[in-house]
Design a protein around this ligand. Structure first.
Ligand SMILES: [Zn+2]
Length: 215
């Protein structure tokens, strides 16, 4: 009897204090994820910047706001974003832009992207091959490819029969792209928002814990 009474008190306490513990950007403002782009392939900014803008637009329509940190592994320039060398936080994801993938387990010559844990990788060779095949600019393939891989990281699941999370894209997808062929379903948007919300809360809790330890 006493045990269950204590349980009741604990639940009441959590319900009372949980809303105050939520980070400020939990309610109302867009849910935000920082993405570090490690440009191993040395893709020119004329390609990378519009690709990032398109990926941000696609994810923005699904309710996820992206802040990019562009990291240049080759130059290690002082102008590199300060976040590039720090430990990844819960609200951060990594995207490696690689020249190509070596063929191996689960990777074929046609593989354009991979997503494992909090890190996605993209083969620029495949991006360029697909751009040539469908007569579009490389940035028009790279942008949706980045959004697709971030989708894998946030949804923690495979492909869907429609929209941007399909396994393969066709010529008509690129032709329809300006009108929104590369979109997440509303269900996927809600799933990603829930995932980012969880990460924002985890980050808030981690920051509180760090502050307590360093006091
Ligand atoms: Zn995929």
């Amino acid at each position: 009897m006493k045990r269950s009474f204590q349980g009741f008190v604990l639940v009441t306490t959590l319900l009372t204090f949980a809303p105050q513990a939520l980070p400020q950007d939990y309610d109302g403002t867009p849910l935000r994820i920082r993405v570090r782009v490690h440009n191993y392939a040395q893709v020119a900014s004329e390609i990378l910047v519009p690709a990032e803008a398109q990926a941000a637009e696609i994810l923005g329509k699904a309710g996820i706001e992206i802040t990019w940190s562009n990291c240049d592994p080759a130059k290690a320039s002082l102008a590199d974003a300060a976040e590039c060398n720090q430990l990844m936080r819960p609200t951060e994801l990594g995207v490696r832009v690689l020249p190509y993938f070596g063929v191996g387990a689960g990777i074929t010559k046609k593989t354009m992207g991979l997503a494992v844990g909090n890190l996605a990788s993209i083969s620029v060779r495949r991006v360029k091959e697909e751009a040539t095949e469908f007569g579009v600019q490389p940035c028009e393939v790279l942008g949706p490819a980045i959004a697709h891989e971030i989708g894998h990281l946030l949804l923690q699941q495979g492909h869907s029969p429609t929209g941007i999370m399909r396994a393969h894209w066709r010529r008509e997808d690129y032709e329809r792209a300006p009108r929104g062929a590369f979109t997440f379903t509303s269900e996927q948007g809600e799933q990603m928002q829930a995932e980012v919300s969880k990460r924002v809360q985890a980050q808030g809790a981690a920051e509180v814990a760090t502050a307590t330890v360093t006091k």
